[in-house]
Design a protein around this ligand. Structure first.
Ligand SMILES: C[S@@+](CC[C@H](N)C(=O)[O-])C[C@H]1O[C@@H](n2cnc3c(N)ncnc32)[C@H](O)[C@@H]1O
Length: 144
């Protein structure tokens, strides 16, 4: 997906704090017109704000006690009016991770900084996530 954003003309910064994940991504992306860097999402200073933050299987990989910090961090990284977009895991999971979110939690966590402007069922998930993913777009409200 990040390649699709780069191909569409976005200036892309992709991060992970795992050297293994970075090496695999670089191998997979090949000739990629964007930055792939080692960074801790919760701590790194990127020295700028972004128009978009793209989410997929990151929120569900971190423990729910960190979700409000996640929302705050995304809000800090976005310019006002910027969007958090991507695929969110709304299923059930008897043995997490991945940690599913529900609509009440999403409203609590994101409602302080964002407004939900698009919410669609994903129909082409990988089998493990089939029927449990939603494409959502959350718009950053004025600064709080
Ligand atoms: C389930 S993977 C998702 C990867 C990618 N979004 C995808 O769809 O293939 C979660 C990734 O988040 C990374 N990660 C977890 N905590 C992080 C943090 N604080 N900062 C940066 N990366 C982190 C892990 O190293 C892991 O590669």
């Amino acid at each position: 997906m990040i390649k699709a954003f780069a191909d569409a003309g976005f200036e892309v910064t992709a991060i992970d704090f795992s050297p293994v994940a970075l090496a695999e991504s670089k191998k997979e992306l090949g000739n990629f017109d964007g930055k792939i860097m080692r960074a801790d999402f919760f701590k790194s200073d990127f020295g700028r704000r972004f128009d978009l933050v793209y989410e997929r299987t990151f929120l569900c990989a971190i423990h729910p006690r960190r979700w409000s910090r996640y929302a705050q961090r995304v809000a800090e990284l976005l310019r006002p009016g910027g969007n958090l977009i991507g695929i969110f895991f709304y299923g059930t999971e008897p043995d997490p991770p991945p940690y599913p979110i529900n609509k009440t939690q999403a409203k609590e966590i994101f409602g302080k900084y964002f407004r939900l402007i698009r919410d669609l069922k994903v129909s082409d998930s990988v089998p493990m996530f089939a029927g449990m993913e939603r494409w959502q777009e959350w718009e950053r409200s004025a600064m709080k």
